[in-house]
Design a protein around this ligand. Structure first.
Ligand code: GDP
Length: 433
């Protein structure tokens, strides 16, 4: 679990912020000595991600002079924390003590996010610019007493968590799998994609014929095709059973960012297609619907639209997924596939700004207030994106039960339109504030 430390000279408001972040589980600031000590270290949540937080202001060593105290506190933060929130007071400007703390933090090489506290109203935002000179980049204005700006501050802090950075490194490679009932053309499409892109197939040990994740590069992007049921040598009796093929498909889906769910234009949509596509949706993966064997149809301008209507009608739960029509065999239109894969995978990993998100939610609420349930109306206080892959949002409300699923759907659509989340499911969680 990542650790955040809040550091700063006395009276900048560290404990107030600490309490806000830690939430109700820990009592409000009390001046009794000893109480503070218990609150030095606590688990906090930025919505669904949990981390530990240290209020170094609570660390006191005897009656040593201020400077010694501050050094000790900063040292604790430097030793213990993954990310340091350096807090200053927007009303006082930069003081000598701030500069002392800055010097210590600077030498530490730890990520530091600068928070300017006591910015209680928008006019006071003018005061934050001087803090750039401390050398820690953008200052984040916050107000501990009013609880303002904490969302954006935490968005920034979370970006520096070690596991987050790990995730971003892995993000560069787009992992996708192909699913679909037997004979829809999964292996043919893999072969066509790889053949066409003149792949660099790796010789890494362990990537044997019957269990291969195949990496390739296209237009400067790295992709990996994840091995799926039906793609590999058949013959073992159990491999032809439906359970086994579902199991293989589920495993492949789990390891993918993007799932291509294939449909056979020749035979048309079948019940099993819906079931298989449902797995991708439930796993929260980005999805592209691929209509294969497009060469078997006599196509005119209307064919695609007609087929789309059928697909939309049968796959309502995948209304966010783009549809690609192609022929694995003739390679017709096959060039349209990877750009879509890239696009949906980017949307799947997209983070939106907290302030913009709240604007969109509040506009949606104003445009279409939620209906009353048992005489009570849903109130939304605040929303934040809590994770990616798939993009997930928490909305703090007066009463979660008042969030009807149709209303949740409405909010989802508004978020989708505002930020462009084509191809990825979105999750919304209503939480009581
Ligand atoms: P899988 O079981 O999903 O891997 O399907 P295969 O790739 O083995 O393909 C099943 C059959 O469909 C094979 O006979 C392929 O030649 C044929 N096929 C695959 N793609 C196409 C296509 O785009 N057009 C046509 N006409 N046939 C295809």
């Amino acid at each position: 679990k990542s650790v955040i430390a809040i550091v700063g000279r006395p009276n900048v408001g560290k404990s107030t912020i600490f309490n806000r972040l830690v939430g109700e589980r820990i009592s409000i600031v009390e001046d009794t000595p000893g109480v503070t000590r218990d609150r030095i270290y606590a688990e906090a949540e930025w919505l669904t991600s949990t981390f530990n937080i240290i209020d170094t202001g609570g660390i006191e060593i005897g009656d040593e002079p201020l400077l010694v105290q501050m050094r000790a506190q900063a040292q604790v933060a430097i030793d213990e924390a993954d990310v340091i929130v350096f807090m200053v007071n927007g009303r006082d400007g930069i003081t000598g003590a701030d500069e002392e703390v800055a010097k210590l933090l600077f030498k530490s090489n730890k990520p530091v996010v600068l928070a300017v506290n006591k910015v209680d109203n928008p006019e006071m935002r003018e005061n934050i610019y001087e803090f750039y000179s401390l050398g820690f980049g953008e200052p984040f204005p916050i107000s501990g007493t009013h609880g303002l700006g904490l969302g954006d501050l935490l968005d920034e802090v979370v970006k520096h968590f070690p596991e987050q950075i790990q995730e971003e490194i892995d993000d560069d490679t787009i992992r996708f799998s192909l699913i679909g009932r037997p004979n829809v053309g999964k292996s043919s499409l893999v072969n066509s994609l790889l053949g066409q892109e003149r792949v660099i197939v790796s010789d890494i040990a362990g990537t044997t014929r019957d269990a291969v994740d195949t990496p390739f590069t296209k237009d400067g992007r790295d992709y990996v095709i994840i091995d799926t049921a039906g793609m590999r040598k058949r013959g073992k009796v159990y491999e032809s059973t439906e359970k086994y093929s579902i199991m293989r498909a589920l495993k492949a889906i789990e390891r993918s960012d993007v799932v291509l769910t294939l449909i056979d234009a020749d035979t048309g949509i079948q019940e099993q297609d819906k079931k298989i596509a449902g797995y991708a949706h439930e796993a929260g993966k980005a999805v592209v619907i691929v209509v294969n064997k497009w060469d078997t149809l006599d196509t005119d301008e209307k064919t695609m639209k007609e087929f789309e209507d059928k697909v939309r009608d049968n796959f309502r739960f995948l209304d966010y997924a783009p549809i690609v029509y192609l022929s694995a065999k003739t390679k017709k239109r096959i060039h349209t596939l990877l750009p879509r894969v890239l696009e949906v995978s980017e949307n799947h990993a997209k983070r939106v700004q907290t302030n913009l998100l709240n604007e969109v939610i509040m506009d949606a609420l104003a445009m279409n207030p939620s209906p009353s349930i048992k005489g009570q109306k849903l109130k939304i206080f605040y929303a934040a994106q809590v994770s990616v892959k798939p993009p997930s949002f928490v909305v703090f409300v007066n009463e979660p039960e008042l969030m009807h699923f149709t209303y949740e759907r409405f909010l989802e659509n508004r978020i989708r339109e505002a930020f462009g989340f084509e191809g990825t499911p979105i999750k919304i969680f209503a939480r009581k504030r």
